[in-house]
Ligand binder design. Structure first.
Ligand SMILES: [Zn+2]
Length: 322
């Protein structure tokens, strides 16, 4: 059925393989052999790394799902039988549809959305090697590609540049991890205009979220809804995580505002936050598979602020959108 829609498939597992993109003629960048994949487990999906082919891919997906709509089974080489809607996991075990639908009911999630999430996790695992290859964006190149030259600015300038990412009337927190929770910590929650005067002197951390005025505790309940998604990883190196940033910015169209060198082992990408909870859960599922820290979806989580020193090294913006 899948081959009838996308042509010859170079199967990489019993349920997933490379294929020619149904919208290849629409690609605005060079097409590679591993750019497009078809997966027939979970929600059957054709996925291409290019974005210009989206309408053609969407149309092919519709035909694939209609074609595979009736219950089917597939006996895999190891003798296990996969049924329509089951998800083949990286370990080779089969996640049964009824298992994850029970999970959806327990978590109060729509069954269709659970199906999408489970499919996404499996697909993200399959795509991961190609993603890191195709969107490879090493640290030196990030520095060179920055639309605004910013990495060499002094600490005060770094901090004030970062303040300009925020909407004018935001109240932001700057402090150290424990500068929160008691009335005396109110001094760490200030409007931008205050921080413009004070500079980067009150701590090494901030948050991707702005807070309600008068707050003295950095908790999710006190966030005011203005926020960035700060993407970070404990496991991806500075030369690796750029691929995730590039993928999010170029392919998923999450707006990248800045990349911050934490003066440690990692880089942080500051993105627009997902528009709603459904998009957030999907992004979280995929980013976790790519090696990013799921804590980043806790919006009151402290992150490194540019302009502060850490063990003699400057926390700084290394890439900034024009
Ligand atoms: Zn394509």
């Amino acid at each position: 059925m899948a081959a009838g829609i996308v042509g010859a498939i170079d199967w990489q597992s019993a349920v997933s393989g490379y294929c020619r993109c149904p919208g290849e003629s629409l690609h605005t960048h060079k097409s590679g052999k591993k750019d497009c994949r078809v997966c027939v487990d979970g929600v059957p999906t054709i996925f291409c790394f290019h974005s210009s082919c989206a309408p053609a891919v969407a149309d092919a997906n519709k035909r694939l799902r209609q074609g595979l709509g009736t219950p089917w089974t597939l006996t895999m080489p190891d003798g296990n039988v996969l049924r329509a809607g089951d998800v083949l996991q990286a370990s080779g075990t089969i996640l049964r549809r009824e298992v994850y639908l029970a999970r959806a009911a327990a978590e109060g999630r729509h069954p269709g959305e659970q199906l999408v999430l489970e499919t996404l996790v499996a697909m993200a695992g399959r795509f991961k090697p190609e993603l890191f290859e195709k969107f490879h964006w090493p640290f030196a190149q990030i520095l060179g590609d920055s639309p605004l030259l910013v990495a060499d600015r002094d600490p005060d300038d770094q901090f004030r540049t970062w303040l300009r990412l925020w909407p004018a009337h935001s109240t932001v927190w700057v402090g150290d991890i424990y500068s929160s929770g008691l009335p005396e910590h109110a001094t760490h929650f200030r409007p931008l205009s205050d921080w413009q005067k004070i500079g980067p002197a009150m701590g090494n951390y901030t948050c991707g979220s702005a807070f309600k005025p008068g707050t003295f505790s950095r908790s999710n309940a006190n966030c005011d809804g203005t926020r960035f998604l700060v993407v970070e990883s404990d496991s991806l190196k500075k030369d690796e995580i750029g691929a995730v940033f590039a993928y999010m910015n170029n392919r998923l169209r999450y707006n990248l505002h800045a990349i911050i060198d934490t003066a440690g082992k990692s880089l942080h990408g500051w993105f627009d936050a997902p528009r709603n909870k459904v998009m957030e859960d999907r992004l979280k599922a995929a980013l976790t598979v790519f090696g990013c820290d799921p804590k980043l979806f806790t919006y009151s989580q402290p992150v490194r602020v540019p302009g502060a020193w850490r063990n003699g090294k400057l926390q700084r913006i290394v890439w900034l959108k024009d």
